[in-house]
Design a protein around this ligand. Structure first.
Ligand code: B12
Length: 213
């Protein structure tokens, strides 16, 4: 195994082992060794959380473990995020948030960070955001795109509600991009979203395509 692969594997492991302190250390090590922050997030820490999700599903991990894993992830992210390079002038306006009744925000935050760092004006409404709030903010800031995150099978049903509310408010031109674990490209298409993004890099490419052609 190359030293890079080994570092990325250790990043997966610190999250699975719920080790907050080690997460910070390994994030620093990764940066020092020249691994890009995005690669570290996608191939390291995020994979660790995915594994934790599986362990939770198999009842090997409990809610408290999932909370600690999220803490380890956040600790690593704090080290990595400032190193995501900033660039570009304002290119478009995006409103993003996690749908109502859903409090997962780690993935959405990565998308927000990446899009902001690329020069998009991103308004992050946070978690548990009702449809009306997406509409209100999109009107206020004249959003080009609304991004919706849903991590639960129960809350992905909120996505069509937001799309409907945007239409009712006459915001037909606003593009809707969606992401989160249970969401699929088929679901996105079925409910009338403009794009499904499996990760933050895909989100950036999709946003670029929508706004810059
Ligand atoms: C960490 C975690 C938590 C943390 C969340 C902490 C936080 N601040 O976010 C805590 C402990 C709070 C939590 C709580 C719960 N969780 Co939880 N959680 C997870 C876990 C392990 C990881 C999620 C995560 O952050 N992944 C890492 C990020 C980087 O990936 P991501 O979210 O997929 O995001 C990427 C893409 O999806 C995409 N993306 C995401 N959002 C968006 C938005 C846009 C606009 C775009 C373009 C792209 C995009 O880009 C992101 C970056 O690459 C998942 C397992 C999993 N595989 O997802 C379970 C999971 C989602 N949770 C689950 C459950 C059941 C719960 C609880 C109901 C548990 C409980 N009994 O209370 C509660 C629900 C609380 C609520 N009302 O929301 C289940 C859902 C099952 C289901 N079918 O619905 C999962 C799948 C675990 C499992 N396998 O059972 N959870």
């Amino acid at each position: 195994m190359s030293s890079k692969e080994e570092l990325l594997k250790r990043m997966v492991d610190v999250v699975v082992n719920l080790n907050v302190e080690e997460a910070k250390k390994i994030a620093e090590e990764a940066l020092e060794s020249g691994i890009s922050p995005l690669e570290a997030i996608n191939e390291g820490f995020s994979k660790g959380l995915r594994r934790v999700g599986e362990l939770f599903e198999n009842k090997e991990y409990f809610l408290a473990d999932m909370i600690m894993a999220a803490e380890a992830f956040k600790a690593g992210m704090e080290v990595l995020t400032p190193h995501i390079k900033k660039g570009g002038k304002k290119k478009g306006v995006i409103v993003i948030g996690t749908v109502k009744d859903d409090i997962h925000d780690l993935g959405k935050n990565i998308v927000t960070t990446l899009l902001s760092s690329e020069g998009y004006e991103v308004h992050d409404l946070g978690i548990d955001v009702p449809a009306e709030e997406f509409v209100r903010k999109a009107q206020e800031v004249k959003a080009d795109i609304v991004g919706l995150s849903a991590l639960l099978t129960t809350t992905m049903e909120r996505i069509p509600e937001v799309i409907e509310a945007l239409k009712e408010a006459g915001l037909d031109k606003v593009k809707v991009i969606v992401g989160g674990r249970p969401v699929t490209p088929e679901f996105a298409e079925e409910v009338g979203a403009d794009a499904y993004c499996e990760d933050a890099i895909k989100a950036l490419n999709v946003v670029k395509k929508i706004l810059e052609g």
